[in-house]
Design a protein around this ligand. Structure first.
Ligand SMILES: [Ca+2]
Ligand SMILES: [Ca+2]
Length: 188
């Protein structure tokens, strides 16, 4: 995503230099944003509502998941709102992908204080599974979503060991920052 922004900025610079002598004939206006709602190439990220997500299919521990997202210039997903959580959950449910997925949430900094690692904000969405987070065995500090209990009927949040646990090698969801766009209009 960041690479895209750099390309765009470079393009703007080139245009301004290259078209400077045409300024008498043309008027060039540059606007912030995507003026005509053109489709933005976002691969490998998938656009769901206002967010861009990548679904990692390999089973890894939380730290490896974070590294894989960083390698894509993104971070493990943060659900700021219930709407965002439900949009992603609905996307997965529609494809019958009812697996466990790491989020950026954890209480590694302070036991019992659950924050999104990307923003430092506390986890406020009311999506904890029943009796979770329970810090089972005193070693569960990373947050994933999944169908937590046998009786679960929806995606919910739970804490699991971040690493060193063969039963906690999960898929993961990376979230890309919103792409920054500009529109260039040339008036003749
Ligand atoms: Ca988010
Ligand atoms: Ca737990």
């Amino acid at each position: 995503m960041l690479k895209n922004i750099v390309c765009w900025l470079f393009l703007v610079g080139s245009l301004q230099l290259g078209l400077a002598h045409l300024n008498e004939k043309y008027t060039i206006d540059i606007y912030a944003g995507n003026l005509n709602n053109l489709t933005i190439k976002s691969e490998p990220f998938i656009k769901i509502n206002d967010g861009y997500y990548y679904f990692g299919m390999d089973g890894v521990n939380w730290y490896v998941a974070y590294e894989k997202c960083r390698a894509l210039n993104s971070e493990l997903v943060t659900f700021e709102t219930l709407q965002e959580f439900e949009a992603v959950a609905n996307y997965l449910k529609a494809r019958d992908h009812k697996f466990n997925y790491w989020t950026s949430g954890n209480d590694l900094g302070l036991e019992g204080s659950y924050n999104w690692f990307t923003s430092g904000q506390s986890i406020t969405i009311p999506k904890w599974a029943p009796k979770q987070p329970d810090n089972s065995g005193g070693r569960e500090h990373c947050i994933h979503l999944g169908y937590i209990w046998g009786y679960s009927t929806d995606f919910e949040l739970n804490d699991r060991p971040c690493a060193n646990d063969q039963n906690s090698l999960f898929r993961y969801i990376c979230e890309a920052p919103e792409p920054e766009t500009i529109s260039i209009v040339v008036w003749k």
